[in-house]
Ligand binder design. Sequence first.
Ligand SMILES: [Fe+2]
Ligand SMILES: [Fe+2]
Length: 217
Amino acid sequence: MASKTESRQSSKSRGGAASNRGSSPRSSGGGSAFSWSGGSTGVVLGAAAAGAAVGLAANLGRKFLVQSIGASPGDWFDALKAEHQETLALFDTLLATGDDQGMTRSHLLAKIKYALTKHAHQEEAVVYPALRQANLAHDADALNAEHGYVKTYLYELENMANDSPEWLARVRDFRSMLEEHIRMEEDEVFPAFRNALSEDQNAKLSAAMNKEGFKMA
Ligand SMILES: [Fe+2]
Ligand SMILES: [Fe+2]
């Protein structure tokens, strides 16, 4: 197939390590005030651990939320298609901005960069390798090369003044290239590949891709 163009905190609880020094240490009974098994320090440490656990849970919750946006659980192709549409919508919002909206443009470009980076990682770490294993290396390599140009567009746009019509014209070129890359994935390569795989193979691919997406969420 001819080549086409395209194309994470742990919340460290500081738990107030300071202490309950004012409270009376146990001077008798064998228990040290610094005993792991009891006493005020144990309470403080326990509170710190609980705080850390809450922070960790919050971060995991955020990751689950990010990773599940637009994704149909269980199907790698549907999830990628949803991400394509979300990214193109961000481009459309960006293309509707004026030259005097530099801050908005920078913000939208950063969102696009994040979306594309996560998306590309899922494809490059899971889907393209699976294509190569299925003797579809030519398609995988063509698509992978196009991801290099995605990074080039991002690099150029980040290093150009974004208050000119030229900048927006470059965004337009970027979107066109991305659209063609998406067309190749959605109309040619991915559907045929999904159809060629068993239900179990598709489920494994979806799980592996979701795992990689979760790392980037
Ligand atoms: Fe891609
Ligand atoms: Fe894609």
